[in-house]
Design a protein around this ligand. Structure first.
Ligand code: SAM
Length: 198
């Protein structure tokens, strides 16, 4: 997955995802924790003003690419080997959590969201870009049908996960736009892009 990830998403990055990352991550402030940072496609976009950047990533091959990308961009960040379900961070110690294309993949999204809620300070924010279950009944039915083959192909990714609803069920107030992830298969539409607070 780590080896093919950047080439696989590259068209989508050029077709709008890169600028979407830039706008989203540009809103990060204070102590920032990114979960499932992958190969580091957000790294270049963090504002210089943030006080600390912690990048969590449980996959060793991803972490190696992440370290290389940090070095290429001359960014300072701490890379932490941890799943988002178990963040090695104190309660109420983080101003911004960033999740891009991760809540679809974590094995336990409810636990992940409660862990994010635990580490966020009062007034803290979760910034996200996530693909979610489609509003269109036809596309949602296709996502249900193709869930297992897609999950196998995309290393655990659940294309039919109702992530905004899961956020609300965890007590977050969600402000998000629905957009299309251009350059990617319809099965990963729509994307929700926004901010969740508690
Ligand atoms: C689709 S990739 C997204 C990578 C990156 N966030 C991006 O925007 O390009 C999903 C990432 O989630 C990571 N991941 C898988 N299970 C995880 C977990 N339980 N906790 C945190 N990250 C996880 C994977 O290793 C992978 O790096």
């Amino acid at each position: 997955m780590a080896r093919v990830y950047d080439p696989f998403v590259w068209v989508g990055e050029l077709a709008g995802m890169r600028s979407r990352r830039s706008v989203l991550v540009g809103n990060a402030r204070g102590r920032v924790v990114e979960i499932g940072a992958g190969t580091g496609l957000n790294v270049a976009h963090y504002p210089d003003e943030i006080t600390e950047l912690v990048l969590t990533e449980p996959d060793a091959a991803m972490r190696r690419r992440l370290a290389r990308r940090l070095q290429r961009h001359g960014r300072v960040a701490r890379i932490v080997d941890a799943p988002a379900e178990r963040l090695p961070l104190a309660d109420s110690s983080v101003d911004t959590v960033v999740s891009t294309l991760v809540l679809c993949t974590v094995p336990d999204p409810e636990l992940t969201l409660s862990e994010i809620a635990r580490v966020l300070r009062p007034g803290g924010q979760l910034l996200f870009v996530e693909h979610v279950r489609a509003n269109s009944r036809f596309l949602a039915a296709c996502q249900d049908k193709l869930l297992e083959p897609w999950r196998h192909f995309a290393c655990g990714c659940c294309c039919n996960r109702p992530t905004a609803e899961l956020m609300r069920a965890c007590g977050f107030t969600v402000v998000a736009d629905d957009v299309v992830w251009r350059g990617m298969p319809a099965i990963v539409r729509p994307l929700i892009v926004g901010r969740a607070t508690r």
